[in-house]
Design a protein around this ligand. Structure first.
Ligand SMILES: [Zn+2]
Length: 166
C-alpha cells in the first residue's frame, strides 16, 4: 500500500503545493504506480487519488466511483468546463476528516492518456466531473480548500489542523 501524503506539515505541504511534471512515457513503472494508486485509493475509501498525494510530482491521477470503472488519467488536459456550477460536499485523502461544500463546474471535457498509453477524450458530469476537477487541481498544487472563499478556507484549515494535532 502506498503512503498517502497528508496536509499540515512543511514537508508534506511542499509536495502537495508543487506543480506536477508531465509524464514522458507510459512505461511499466507508470502502469504499476497507477495500479498501486487505485489499490491505495480503494483502501482509503477514496474515489480519486493524484500522484502528488503519494509523493510523486507527476501528472497522473486515478478515479473510481461506485458505479464506474477504474480510470487512469495521464497528462490530463481540461478542454472544457460548463458554465453551470454546482455545490457538493468534498473530502480529500490528504485532508482526512475534513468535508465541506465546494463549488465547481457541473460538467467537464478532458483529454488524457490511459494506462495503456492511449489518448482518450471523456465528457463527464456530476460526481465524476467533480472528481476529475478535484484531482486535476492536485496536479497544479491546488487543494479543495483553495476553492473556498477566504473566510471559509481559514475556518476549514483551522478545524482540520486542530483535529490532526489533537
Ligand atoms: Zn484530494
Amino acid at each position: 500500500m502506498l503512503d498517502i501524503v497528508t496536509f499540515g506539515s512543511e514537508a508534506t505541504d511542499a509536495i502537495l503545493r508543487a506543480k506536477a511534471e508531465p509524464i514522458k512515457d507510459v512505461n511499466a513503472e507508470i502502469k504499476a504506480l497507477a495500479a498501486a494508486m487505485l489499490e491505495s485509493m480503494e483502501h482509503g475509501r477514496g474515489i480519486g487519488l493524484a500522484a502528488p498525494q503519494v509523493d510523486r510530482s507527476i501528472r497522473l491521477f486515478v478515479t473510481r466511483l461506485d458505479d464506474d470503472e477504474p480510470r487512469v488519467f495521464i497528462n490530463p488536459e481540461i478542454l472544457l468546463v460548463s458554465e453551470e456550477l454546482t455545490d457538493y460536499e468534498e473530502g480529500c485523502l490528504s485532508l482526512p476528516g475534513l468535508y465541506t461544500n465546494v463549488r465547481r463546474a457541473e460538467s467537464v471535457k478532458v483529454r488524457a492518456w490511459n494506462a495503456r498509453g492511449k489518448l482518450f477524450t471523456l465528457e463527464a458530469s456530476g460526481l465524476l466531473a467533480r472528481v476529475i476537477l478535484h484531482e486535476n487541481d492536485h496536479l497544479e498544487g491546488l487543494l479543495f480548500i483553495d476553492r473556498l472563499g477566504e473566510k471559509r478556507r481559514q475556518r476549514a484549515v483551522q478545524a482540520y489542523l486542530k483535529k490532526i494535532r489533537m
